[in-house]
Design a protein around this ligand. Structure first.
Ligand SMILES: [Zn+2]
Length: 264
């Protein structure tokens, strides 16, 4: 497993000098670079990140061997193409979801009631799997990928509509991902409880192993019960069987990021 930090900051003379002294050459203006946590310079870089209040986003890259031996994998779209429509004033919420149990403060409680609507972009055409901004627990796949990989594993599809006039798209479908009540061992993971609705949400996990699943499930792809997210955003984690992940890899489907679960 490699933990990689993407560091982004506004660089002026002081930042340029400080990072330059560690052999990290930055141009003045907005700049970003990647560094592995195993890099001997990491402790000093971490101090500079804190001192200069740089943005630090950690991701974890697992080896092929770690993925091969995992019993379950947490997956997510590694690219987000466009927004659920209508995106103005978050109009998609009432169009796409039953909001009767939704808390606008923490984002928990949305239940999908209708197809997503999207504005097709040229980039969509080059993707087998993509997500939408603001929607982190759904996967959209090409119709071909669904037929070739997901359908044989028993996954149902939902239609996706174009934003206007709301016609069904032929090239893409949404995977219908079952919701379960399975939880994770989230002891020691940071969480917050919403003062408005009282529900608890955990900070998104991107560094190290994903939390261990409590219980088992034979579904090839499902949503676990806990909510993750920050601010008014909440999503469920998606858990995939290694068999389905291997099938997606074998078919050379691009667009998934993957984490190995703790204890697997
Ligand atoms: Zn709430």
């Amino acid at each position: 497993m490699k933990i990689i930090h993407r560091v982004s900051l506004s660089v002026s003379f002081n930042e340029k000098q400080a990072f330059g002294a560690l052999g990290i050459q930055l141009d003045e203006g907005f700049s970003s670079f990647d560094i592995e946590e195993s890099d001997p310079r990491w402790p000093q870089v971490a101090e500079l990140i804190e001192g200069f209040q740089a943005v630090d986003i950690a991701t974890t890259k697992f080896s092929a061997k770690e993925i091969r031996h995992a019993k379950r994998l947490q997956v997510a779209a590694d690219n987000h193409q466009g927004y659920p429509e209508p995106s103005d004033d978050f109009g998609y919420l009432n169009v796409t979801y039953d909001c009767s149990n939704h808390c606008p403060e923490c984002g928990c409680g949305l239940v999908q009631k209708a197809p997503f609507r999207i504005k097709l972009r040229p980039k969509h055409g080059r993707r087998h799997i993509f997500g939408l901004n603001w929607v982190f627990d759904e996967l959209f796949v090409s119709a071909e990928a669904w037929k070739q990989v997901f359908k044989p594993h028993g996954l149902q599809k939902r239609p996706v509509l174009d934003a206007k006039p709301g016609r069904e798209l032929q090239r893409f479908v949404q995977l219908s991902i079952p919701q379960t009540d399975l939880g994770f061992d989230l002891t020691d993971y940071p969480s917050e409880t919403c003062p408005h609705c009282g529900r608890t949400k955990w900070e998104p996990v991107s560094r190290g192993f994903f939390p261990k699943l409590k219980g088992d499930c034979d579904l090839p792809l499902f949503k676990a019960a806990p909510y993750f997210g920050s601010g008014a955003s909440a999503h469920h984690a998606l858990i995939m069987s290694p068999a389905l992940y291997r099938a997606a890899q074998y078919a050379k489907l691009r667009g998934l990021s993957v984490m190995v679960l703790d204890g697997d």
